[in-house]
Design a binder for this molecule. Structure first.
Ligand code: ARG
Ligand code: ASP
Length: 714
């Protein structure tokens, strides 16, 4: 190929992929995206994806338990989601004797499916634009706080008054930072049972070492089933409930994928911040991410040390550890990616262009001060933001004892603000909620975590806010004092501390050492940090709303998508490899051969079950293999984020081809700065899922429910 031709091809590729990215509102695809989607190879219409009057793909894609996505894959309400999304449930059903995390779990008939109290699955019935109604009566208000208050009032009254069925809910969410409001009518099912999960050596293969990394070989899936009452409506768990009959379920393609195939990922991305000014990104890269990484780094080292030595601690802490490790690693990748892609410099360039367009459009009065005001406010918020992150990461997120003590602190607040009756109700509620917490709490582990984190707090929490008693603290001495004296390290201790009338309880709490330390941290935060943080943050949100409005007006040539907000979105692209660094090219598909290459017998991250080794040796892949190889994972240019886990990857015709579960290391900054050349989402190949259900688990009861199709055959 001539050099010129190469450059030309590269240019065309960049142009084409540059149009991609974005998380789009399913009800607006027709005007916004359908044309582009078809040009990428889609054979469906926008109505096949979202339709109010007929069943469509959206009816097969519920939000799974608040934080993930799932898809219905059978007429009997069988749900597919990630192993890491079902992880808590799988862990909860596990003991050292029946360790479903280690050995996997399969219900070979419906009676064996395991109920999960509190687990929910939410479907979207319809989506409507309600911007005018939500903003009614706010235009005349000049104070930002009043405006927000009025908006909240409108949202509450609209949620109550807009039409819906008795079992449904109205949810109103903001898009484009307060420039648009959408109503979601939802249905939430509450009887969700565990049906199947591969052993962690498949479902979590590669664990934290491979997390956020390509090439990947994880069979990250698990199966649940939705149960409904006799009328197919949501109902609390009952043994009389029946499998849910969906409005739509996804057929599964046996034809697989190849590079450049169209892909669509449908799900509930949680949160992105793509329209931040450069100064905000700078703060994330230089201050906030490093602080959070440091705290979690310390907590993880402690937990890992104990988990490697003790199997019961490993079960107790598996889910918690994975949760902490996940974003710890993501923030590291994100920080690197933002630096490497020069996100701050690029944002500054965009801002220069923004300023030019503001001038040209004669909008200086409206938008001319935005960027300098961002500068001022971000500078002012810096120490408060840092203190907030340290407080949250140390006291609330990663030290378990202080997180419980903090709840006791909130209980005390309930008493002071609402009185004895509210106090008693909350108290009982808390005891009930904490039963599970103590099941997985280990005092020795947590004491070490506390020791490490309180040392960081003492050194790094901005000095002007630091409580006097925690200055220059001897962390080891304090940890041993706290953990030997507090009653909060066991459920019985907690109950005894909460025994008696409110006054007695409050006195006892205030004599408890863990309570005292936590209360000092909390009061420092709530008295010296939060009020100012909230005040500046409110200003920043108002600026951000105007900034997004301005971009929508001035950059009509760029199609702007609304930041993720945990609502249902469509993202699309192609199966595609990438070029992460000098002299390295990643192809888009991995195979079972790669699992065997990574295999380390007995290792907690890279062990492989004997049955899988046997199937590999016999090349017994049935109809799921491809040219004698078993595909495992693939990547694509779909723009996804946390919450998209478990999202279906769908082919050009609406069939399931994979299951989204992660992103590649170089592209983890996509929440802040999406770069189409290196941002890729990672999916498990649907054929690998089928292979594990059929050949590995021999769950023919489940295979019989599925609809397997050959969309590529003529
Ligand atoms: N990184 C993926 C996501 O953000 C997968 C997480 C699974 N957890 C883990 N620690 N391996 O959810
Ligand atoms: N693993 C993520 C999730 O759980 C997906 C991602 O962040 O790419 O939603």
């Amino acid at each position: 190929m001539t050099r010129l031709l190469k450059i030309l091809i590269l240019f065309v590729c960049v142009q084409m992929s540059a149009q991609q990215g974005g998380m789009w509102i399913p009800s607006l695809l027709e005007g916004m995206n359908e044309k582009e989607m078809k040009s990428l190879g889609m054979k469906m219409t926008a109505k096949d994806i979202y339709d109010v009057n007929n069943s469509s793909l959206k009816d097969a894609v519920p939000q799974f338990n608040g934080g993930c996505t799932a898809e219905v894959i059978s007429p009997k309400g069988l749900l597919l989601t990630n192993h890491h999304c079902g992880f808590d449930a799988i862990q909860n059903h596990s003991t050292v004797e029946h360790d479903y995390l280690q050995d996997g779990f399969w219900a070979y008939n419906m009676q064996d499916e395991l109920p999960n109290p509190d687990m929910v699955v939410m479907f979207i019935v319809r989506i409507e634009d309600v911007t005018t109604k939500v903003l009614e009566g706010t235009q005349a208000l000049t104070s930002e706080a009043d405006k927000q208050k009025k908006i909240q009032e409108n949202i509450t009254s609209l949620s109550n008054s807009l039409p819906k069925e008795s079992w449904q809910e109205n949810k109103i969410r903001t898009f484009y930072e307060g420039n648009q409001y959408m109503l979601f009518v939802t249905e939430t099912y509450k009887d969700i049972r565990l049906v199947g999960a591969p052993p962690s050596s498949i479902g979590k293969f590669g664990s934290d070492t491979d997390n956020w990394v390509w090439p990947r070989h994880t069979g990250d899936f698990s199966l649940f089933r939705i149960y409904a009452d006799k009328n197919n409506k949501p109902a609390a768990y009952s043994k009389d409930n029946v499998p849910y009959t969906p409005k739509h379920f996804l057929p599964i393609s046996l034809d697989g994928i190849k590079e450049d195939d169209f892909t669509l990922v449908f799900g509930y991305p949680g949160r992105t911040t793509e329209y931040l000014p450069a100064v905000a990104v700078e703060q994330i890269v230089n201050e906030l991410n490093p602080a959070k990484i440091e705290v979690r780094d310390a907590a993880l080292k402690v937990e890992d040390g104990f988990m490697r030595k003790d199997q019961s601690i490993k079960i107790q802490y598996a889910s918690k550890y994975a949760g902490i490790a996940n974003y710890w690693k993501k923030w590291i990748g994100e920080t690197q990616g933002l630096k490497k892609s020069n996100a701050v410099a690029l944002k500054k360039k965009d801002e220069a262009e923004f300023t030019k367009r503001v001038e040209k459009a004669a909008k200086k009065a409206e938008y001319g001060n935005l960027l300098t005001e961002f500068e001022t406010n971000y500078k002012e918020i810096a120490p408060y933001g840092l203190a907030r992150d340290y407080f949250q990461e140390i006291a609330l997120r990663n030290t378990e004892l202080t997180s419980v003590a903090f709840r006791m602190y909130q209980l005390e607040q309930v008493y002071t603000t609402k009185g004895e009756q509210a106090f008693n109700a909350r108290k009982q509620n808390m005891i009930d909620q904490l039963v599970d917490f103590y099941k997985d709490f280990n005092k020795t582990v947590d004491e070490k975590v506390f020791e490490q984190l309180i040392a960081i707090y003492s050194k790094k929490y901005p000095a002007q806010f630091l409580p006097a008693s925690l200055k220059n603290v001897n962390a080891t001495a304090l940890a041993s004092e706290v953990y030997s004296q507090t009653k909060l390290t066991s459920l019985d201790g907690l109950k005894s501390l909460l025994n008696g009338d409110a006054k007695t309880v409050i006195t006892n709490l205030n004599n408890d050492k863990a309570f005292k330390v936590t209360k000092e941290m909390a009061e420092s935060y709530f008295n010296s940090v939060a009020p100012k943080y909230d005040e500046i943050n409110l200003k920043i949100s108002a600026l951000q709303r105007t900034y997004v409005k301005a971009q929508l007006e001035l950059f009509k040539d760029k199609r702007l998508f609304p930041d993720a907000n945990s609502t249902l979105r469509v993202t699309y692209g192609k199966v595609k490899g990438y070029d992460p660094k000098d002299a390295t090219i990643y192809t888009p598909v991995t195979y079972l051969d790669g699992v065997m290459e990574k295999y380390v017998p007995g290792d907690y991250e890279f062990d492989v079950p004997q049955k899988l080794i046997d199937l590999y040796n016999e090349k017994d892949y049935g109809q799921y293999g491809e040219n004698g190889k078993m595909p495992v994972c693939f990547i694509g240019t779909n723009h996804t984020t946390g919450g998209n886990s478990g999202s279906p990857a769908i082919d050009a015709k609406g069939n399931l081809i994979g299951l989204n579960f992660d992103r590649v290391w170089e592209g983890t900054m996509s929440d802040i700065h999406y770069d189409p050349s290196i941002c890729r989402n990672i999916m498990v190949d649907a054929r690998y899922v089928l292979f594990i259900i059929d050949k590995f688990a021999n769950a023919q009861n489940l295979m019989g429910e599925l609809k397997l199709v050959h969309p590529k055959r003529k």
